[in-house]
Design a protein around this ligand. Structure first.
Ligand SMILES: Nc1ncnc2c1ncn2[C@@H]1O[C@H](COP(=O)(O)OP(=O)(O)OP(=O)(O)O)[C@@H](O)[C@H]1O
Ligand SMILES: [Mg+2]
Length: 467
């Protein structure tokens, strides 16, 4: 029997939906739909992830419609702990995203605990009563460098408006005149491009005049009118953000919908910059506080906010905190890439028992050594050994401190690659601990963290004879 034979899906055939990194894009772009579909269908919705969803929904539903502020959410955890995946699932569930073939977010997730199901039901009922639902989200740092502008972009995109500020203002004006939909319909797929070039695009002027001829005598006059009325706007302040978000959310609606805004990687975005931290703080305060408790902001970051001095102040603005830990990632890994065929578990367990003596000698005397508590998990972890997995976790944490963690983003990915490499070996060949070394050696060397002498010695030993 080979290692490969014990897996539910042989590692060589296992496809990670997202290459090991979940990206937030809400509403999803057309080319992101397939990835999102696989993320939904492989979502492990239990443990910390299910509890996180329940906590977020509970807190929101308790506050919504009461006139106070919505409790903003901070999701923290190590690289690859599933922060983005969780936030992305929340967004898909928020609107119960529907795919072309009729499949829905709720339907695609294999198992949703009853508590989460009933909270989602409550959300749908509240939405019917209030103003519908809307979800928006992206990675901060992908767009504008100013957080207010970046947040505004995300929301404008979610309501189908151009993200260019000036063009968005023109769109609001068209909406006030009651002709936004006509113009959008007339321009079709080029709407976004035409409205961005509103002063120059004859197609745009024609469409506007066709919808409302009394606006101007001809296209030229209309462009001049627009040029005067919509000058180049000043940089986005938090006040502008608030006004425009209100306009955007009210577009075509009678009241503010139940709105979810996900800002991924907030912490990387603000780094240690006090000015940016303060701005994010103000944005959070405004969005949570000024919209009748209907706008829920979800931010993510590597660390729990309380760990970072500069971020302490932000803490108050994010009353709901979800911390994802190593155990949570481990359980995802066991249920996805390392999932075993149930009928092979006894073979793995027998093999581990046969080798128990050797396994227990690894790292003996250290806190990382194999203990009896590891026995049930050892089957799930195979071809990794629990003690070696713990060594990896230590190394990853250390690398993270040196700034190298990014290379190894995602234990899911690393684990799958390890499983792939050792799949053709006989059952009983475990992944060696130094598998990790080859993954970061080059980068560590380039970053000056690995002395050339050490590296050369390792390379020559590796290339040498087995003994
Ligand atoms: N609950 C889960 N169910 C299934 N897969 C998951 C789950 N959580 C995370 N994953 C997968 O693990 C990998 C890492 O997750 P993700 O990208 O969300 O981590 P992250 O915490 O956002 O990391 P980073 O700090 O690097 O942004 C992704 O491939 C993701 O799809
Ligand atoms: Mg992420």
């Amino acid at each position: 029997m080979l290692n490969r034979d014990v897996f539910q899906t042989p590692p060589e055939q296992y496809r990670l939906a997202n290459q090991g990194v979940a990206k937030i894009s809400v509403p999803p772009a057309l080319d992101g739909m397939e990835t999102l579909r696989s993320e939904l269908s492989t979502f492990v919705c239990d443990g910390a992830y299910a509890q996180g969803l329940a906590k977020i929904l509970n807190a929101y539903l308790a506050a919504v419609g009461r006139g106070g502020s919505a409790p903003a959410v901070w999701i923290s955890g190590f690289f690859g702990s599933g922060k983005s995946h969780l936030a992305s699932m929340l967004a898909a569930l928020w609107t119960n995203l529907t795919f072309e073939d009729g499949a829905t977010a709720e339907g695609l997730i294999q198992h949703i605990p009853d508590e989460v199901k009933s909270l989602l039901k409550e959300l749908r009922i509240a939405a019917q009563r209030m103003g519908g639902v809307l979800a928006a989200g992206d990675t901060l740092g992908h767009g504008p460098s100013d957080p207010a502008e970046a947040t505004l972009n995300i929301i404008l995109r979610a309501v189908g408006l151009p993200t260019d500020l000036r063009a968005a203002k023109v769109a609001f004006w068209l909406a006030d005149l009651g002709i936004l939909d006509d113009v959008r319909g007339a321009l079709g797929a080029t709407f976004d491009r035409d409205i961005r070039a509103f002063m120059l695009s004859p197609r745009f002027s024609d469409a506007v005049l066709k919808a409302k001829p009394e606006l101007a005598a001809d296209a030229r006059t209309l462009s001049q009118l627009l040029k005067a009325q919509f000058p180049e706007p000043p940089p986005v302040t938090v006040d502008t953000l608030e006004t425009m978000v209100r306009d955007a959310l009210m577009l075509g609606r009678k009241e503010i919908p139940l709105t979810l805004i996900v800002l991924d990687e907030v912490q990387q975005f603000i780094r240690q910059d006090p000015a940016l931290t303060l701005k994010i703080q103000t944005i959070t305060e405004r969005l949570s506080g000024r919209f009748d408790g209907r706008v829920l902001l979800v931010g993510t970051g590597q660390q729990a906010l309380s760990d970072v001095k500069d971020l302490q102040k932000l803490l108050d603005r994010f009353p709901v905190q979800i911390a994802l830990g190593e155990a949570d990632v481990d359980s995802v890994i066991r249920k996805t890439v390392l999932r075993k065929k149930p009928e092979t578990e006894s073979s793995i367990s027998t093999m581990l028992k046969t080798n128990a003596g050797e396994i227990s000698r690894h790292l003996r005397g250290s806190k990382l050594a194999h203990t009896v508590h590891d026995d049930p998990e050892a089957v799930l972890d195979w071809p990794l050994l629990p003690s070696r997995r713990r060594v990896w976790e230590r190394i990853l944490r250390e690398l993270d401190r040196t700034g190298l963690g990014g290379t190894l983003r995602g234990q899911l990915r690393t684990t799958l690659d390890a499983a792939k490499t050792y799949a053709p070996k006989p059952l009983g060949t475990a992944v060696p601990v130094d598998f990790l070394y080859s993954r970061f050696a080059d980068e560590a060397f380039n970053a000056g963290l690995l002395p050339a002498e050490t590296r050369n010695r390792i390379e020559s030993l590796r290339g040498g004879e087995g003994d």
